[in-house]
Design a protein around this ligand. Sequence first.
Ligand code: SF4
Length: 325
Amino acid sequence: MNLGKLKKLLANYPDYRWDQVKRAVFQELITSWEEATALPVDLRTELAEEASLGINAKEVVSLQDETRKAVIKLEDGSEVETVLMPHKTRNTVCVSTQVGCSLNCKFCMTGKMGLVRNLEYWEMIVQALFFAREIGKIDNIVFMGMGEPFLNYEEFVCAAEFFNDEKTFNIGARNISVSTVGVVEGIKKLADADLQINLAVSLHAPTNELRSSLIPVNRKYPLEELFEAIDYYLEQTNRKVMFEYILLKDINDSKNDARRLANLMKGRLHFVNLINYNPTGEFQASSEEKKESFKKILENEGVKVGERQSFGEDIKGACGQLGKN
Ligand code: SF4
């Protein structure tokens, strides 16, 4: 399915046709143009010939927690992975923004692939559409899949706006989140954008030395610059920032690391999310005891802290595991 081509095709028609198509494809979740009964027959025939609704995907389902991972084959043969995390009350899709990634974070499978290419916004939309057709309504979108969203900023924003559009998925901005490893220009642009979505920052280390060894792009955007951009974001938006911290055994989980992290987290809108490491070969996860003591230190210092549950580890669909496995 090529949404870009579909939109171009409809440029020859009045605007309301595009609205009707959006409703049919993203709300009624049609899989054949024959079902789009609001459209005239000749337009349906043209669309059936020119604009396939098919999505070429392979899917695996976790036996542990029903997480689903789909590998979507794109028109140029590239493959992109996306994950659905079904919960009792809400369904969340983790959307990829690039095929591969240039940033090579040491705990991440995608980073090992290098960057193949940026995705177009509609190639992000198709990821959620695939799952919507299977389970119905999607409630949350997290741009936390393959790639660094802020290195494909314009397309990521288009996708976020599209998800938010009441004529398509109608997902509230507060239910859309983007995660960055700290691309400072992107944080500032998002601060100025008219888009009320949530920001998460993959921090993973409290010092420049350690962070640069785990996230090489920290050399370009060291902690001082990163926090300057975050301060700007907080000033402009007054919205909380979630700091993600993967606990790696004997790497970033010492008491000193916790105290240093607490020192960075002084603002009332800073939140820390502790994440269990999902095996990608290089590191080991911290023990439960280590995690508890790390968390206690943060709490005692007045830091708001939570834990992020991991989903889909058995299908290599958890954080850091997307890519060529
Ligand atoms: S963690 Fe994100 S930014 Fe880092 S290599 Fe993986 S996909 Fe890229």
